[in-house]
Design a protein around this ligand. Sequence first.
Ligand code: HEC
Length: 137
Amino acid sequence: MHLRLAIISVLSCALLSACTERFVADPDAVREGQRIYLQECAACHGALGGGAGPASLGLSTIPPDLAGLKQRNGGYFPREFVGRFIMGRLEKDDPFSPMPDFSAVGLRHVYPNGGADGEVLETDFANLLDYLEAIQR
Ligand code: HEC
């Protein structure tokens, strides 16, 4: 009897962990993404992604909390949406909002000397998204 109970509990644990989707990012990618985030985004979105960073004083729209994207989206990190938003491929709620279109301005603080031709490199972009996914609460 006890053995059967033990088997059932082991099986349900295995099933539960198989069903719980967990984001496991490469720590180097996350670290690199954080470096980019701190230079390009933190002034507006806060050092920890909580929104309303020091540069948001006086902005017409308050930069939202980025660590709560998953929570606000039914427990799923909207990677596609975030990517499109950063690259200016989505219409903003406020067309005059100060959120930069990074496909136009590039990562100008990461490459102040115009490296990467002002373009956002695929790896930088992927690392940034990995970092944002990793900080979701
Ligand atoms: C100059 C300030 C500023 C900078 C720099 C900035 N943002 Fe934003 N961001 C905003 C504002 C303001 C909004 C709200 C715009 C809107 O909703 O139309 C916003 C919105 C967003 C959103 C949409 C969030 C939501 O809940 O809809 C994402 C994602 C985002 N920013 C990511 C980033 C990332 C990543 C960076 C750095 C690569 C960055 N932002 C840099 C000001 C900024």
